[in-house]
Ligand binder design. Structure first.
Ligand SMILES: NC(=O)C1=CN([C@@H]2O[C@H](COP(=O)(O)OP(=O)(O)OC[C@H]3O[C@@H](n4cnc5c(N)ncnc54)[C@H](O)[C@@H]3O)[C@@H](O)[C@H]2O)[C@@H](O)CC1
Ligand SMILES: Nc1ncnc2c1ncn2[C@@H]1O[C@H](COP(=O)(O)OP(=O)(O)O)[C@@H](O)[C@H]1O
Ligand SMILES: [K+]
Length: 466
């Protein structure tokens, strides 16, 4: 499991550790890790540190201090290091002295000839969009030169991944002590590049955000045992498709057949299309452990959604099923409930614009989960799953090629199948998104939704191999 912690939590852990260590020790640990990562990068890009031209963008706080101390270490190894301050009146004094003692110097503007740029403008102390002095330096980062962000790319909100205005786009982010949620959640995550964690010895409580990895997923997948039969493995029922959208039913069944349930039952007007493609499907109403309702349902079928929600089986609600959800009915449920909106559907549920959901994904998914008393999977770039007071799960797999018609239908069938196999709403959502994203990566791009479904068994097997 990869875990991420809020600024408040990180600061608390830092305070405790600093009280036990000599002054400045933590910053030295951070700077040593940062310099080592930069040296590694310079070895790969130009064969070594000696003679490299390194530019430091230096903010007024400790983030700038880290950059300066790391710059001093690189200067001692023969790099030519130039520091450009955001505000010449406010520079970490000890760190500047260390850089100067090592042969580095200050400059008023960003040199355009460089082998490496370190973004040490803002770290976890950054608030709101970059102010003009910081934004002006960011604009002058020469194109094509590798950028290493110190702790996090400046302009990215550490707690949420939100970006208000401009922000640094890094090739590598060297982060200290713990991942910050903003490094894992878009739009921040796609600014961070490859994230490298430097252990500075923090002791951390439970995380605010977490990302499953292969072993976590393998441990949650419902594998059959010697005593399994198809009913014990769980039956998933699919209520999807309409005369207008029969394909959604086929794709949801395609996902459900690969999610580990023992049987898939289809209820709706697209039975012929479903059977033509998947003769394994049971047709018509019957007992199930989990329902999937919504893909391609069309308008005017809220009664069917309400009926399923009034029952005691687990329910995954997607797409058209999300229209006019009854908050009270949802809150009264005791079986697992998983809602799977994309940003547009989430915006309709929240009564806000789609853009504001995209910009503040973490907040949106948390509010929805709380309001409906359900697990909520918010689709899109860096899919998120929230449930009650638990850590929000961020999906580390996936590809933008998934933004294609029908891929969400496959995900809903898959998630429902996992619910039928006994997973909780949060686990079914997180494991479903993980496999779905892994399958899509296996297919590559451009991809068709049914190919994602077909790649699910291979993705399932992949999770067993770290
Ligand atoms: N606290 C610790 O023990 C450690 C902290 N470390 C470093 O310290 C950093 C945090 O340092 P600070 O708390 O000094 O905070 P920062 O250095 O992240 O930034 C704070 C400064 O930036 C200014 N600022 C805030 N938002 C701005 C904006 N939008 N535009 C322009 N200026 C803005 C503030 O006025 C303040 O002066 C971490 O990210 C990490 O790099 C590391 O050295 C590891 C140890
Ligand atoms: N930019 C993106 N990056 C990664 N995944 C994406 C992106 N956009 C969409 N997706 C994924 O593609 C799928 C699309 O689902 P959805 O919007 O419901 O489409 P549909 O209703 O056509 O099936 C979801 O799994 C979503 O997370
Ligand atoms: K930074």
């Amino acid at each position: 499991m990869r875990t991420a912690y809020s600024v408040e939590t990180v600061r608390g852990a830092e305070r405790e550790l600093m009280a036990r260590l000599p002054e400045g020790a933590l910053m030295q640990r951070a700077a040593a890790g940062l310099a080592a990562a930069c040296a590694g990068l310079l070895r790969r890009t130009r064969g070594g540190v000696y003679g490299a031209r390194v530019v430091l963008l230096v903010g007024p706080g400790d983030n700038g201090g880290d950059a300066l101390y790391a710059g001093a270490r690189l200067a001692r190894r023969g790099a030519g290091v130039t520091a450009v301050p955001m505000d010449p009146e406010r520079i970490h004094p000890g760190a500047l002295a260390a850089l100067r003692a090592a042969g580095g110097h200050l400059a008023p503007s960003v040199p355009q000839q460089a082998d490496l740029v370190l973004d040490g403008l803002l770290g976890i102390g950054g608030r709101g969009g970059l102010r003009p002095a910081a934004a002006a330096l960011v604009e002058r980062i020469p194109s094509g030169v590798p950028v290493v962000a110190v702790d996090l790319p400046s302009g990215v909100d550490a707690d949420t991944g939100e970006v208000a205005g401009s922000a640094v786009t890094a090739d590598v982010t060297v982060t200290f002590g713990a991942y910050k949620p903003g490094l894992l959640i878009d739009p921040g995550a796609s600014r961070a590049g490859a994230v490298h964690l430097v252990d500075i010895g923090l002791e951390l409580p439970s995380p605010e955000v977490e990302a499953l990895q292969h072993a976590d997923v393998a441990g949650l997948l419902p594998e059959p045992t010697a005593s399994s039969d198809k009913y014990r493995r769980g039956v998933v029922g699919i209520v999807a498709g309409s005369a207008q959208y029969p394909g959604a039913a086929v794709l949801a069944v395609a996902g459900a057949l690969r999610g580990g349930a023992g049987a898939v039952r289809y209820v709706g007007p697209a039975a012929d299309a479903v059977l033509a493609r998947y003769p394994e499907t049971l047709i018509g109403p019957g007992r199930v452990q989990a329902w999937v309702v919504g893909p391609g349902l069309g308008a005017g079928r809220a009664g069917e959604v309400a009926e399923l929600l009034a029952g005691d089986a687990a329910v995954l609600v997607d797409a058209d099923g999300l229209r006019g959800l009854d908050e009270t009915a949802l809150r009264a449920r005791t079986a697992p409930t998983l809602l799977t909106p994309h940003a547009g559907e989430a915006a309709a549920l929240l009564g806000v614009s789609r853009e504001s959901v995209e910009a503040g994904r973490l907040d949106a998914v948390r509010v929805l989960a709380q309001r409906y008393g359900a697990s909520v999977l918010l689709k899109g770039s860096t899919t998120l799953v929230a449930s009650g007071g638990e850590a929000v799960r961020v999906n580390p797999t996936g590809t933008p090629w998934l933004a294609t018609a029908g891929s969400g239908d496959v995900l809903s069938g898959l998630g429902g199948s996992l619910l039928a196999g006994g997973l909780s709403g949060a686990d079914a959502g997180a494991v479903g998104a993980y496999l779905h994203g892994l399958a899509a990566r296996r297919v590559g791009g451009p991809l068709l939704a049914h190919q994602v479904a077909e790649a699910l068994p291979a993705a399932w097997r992949d999770t067993r191999h770290p």
